[in-house]
Design a protein around this ligand. Sequence first.
Ligand code: ASP
Ligand code: MG
Length: 279
Amino acid sequence: MKVFKFGGASVKDAAGVRNVANVLRHFPNDDLLIVVSAMGKTTNALEEVVWGFCDGVPVAEKMEALRKSHLTVLAEAAPNDVAAAAELVLHFDRLNTFLKGKPSESVDRDYDQIVSQGEIWSTLIVSAHLKHAGLSNAWVDARTIVRTDDTYRSARVDWDLSERRAGGLLNEVPGSPKRIVTQGFIGFNAEGDTTTLGREGSDFSAAIFAYLLDAESVTIWKDVPGMFNADPKRFPDTKLLSHISYKEAIELSYFGASVIHPRTLQPLQRKSIPLYVRS
Ligand code: ASP
Ligand code: MG
């Protein structure tokens, strides 16, 4: 099994979602677990919803804009998929109901319940489009696998409990090859509440799934050709790196190379799983 990760920029509109299918067509025989982030700037928009909710400021307009834009992309990417549209609407209705309630005593807890929805919406759309494009797949809620502690907004993974949950995953998914579409960034805790792994955490999610499933590799699909020895936007003579050690990659990411989230490398290094960055 290979793990693929598509970030928010890659799925920001219907063209991006279609491009995911085009990439997958190059891998007709591989079992794939596809980790997807929230579309475009959805997470930022949802953060605005959180602050409004906590300050008692109306958020209905912001929510309606998000609902419309997601339903529009779904209608373009999976026309006539009534079931997917109903499912998407259901998730918006649930969040709107939550937002009509009162904030809890923990802003961070509320943040995770709200902001996590971006990944639920995007994966429903990607999964529906893949089906529409003839690429059978199973939508899996990452919150049935990735068990964390309750440090909301930067949850720590419970590797043992998550590994136990991931054990049966492949057998439960029908078809050959198996394709699983799931969310980056989110997990769940002992109380059954949603948790998040920290902003830009979807790369880390890809590494978590790769670790749990003993994947043969992780590929982060980007709109850049790979990792450079320095930021090409800031330096003239940068070199595209064809190959780099885990240790060097960890150092680069900690010193600000935004190509990979810093926590991504460690679980991969522990199991010697290679990471590819591809355009
Ligand atoms: N959607 C989340 C964020 O924007 C996670 C991610 O994109 O990796 O931070
Ligand atoms: Mg993002």
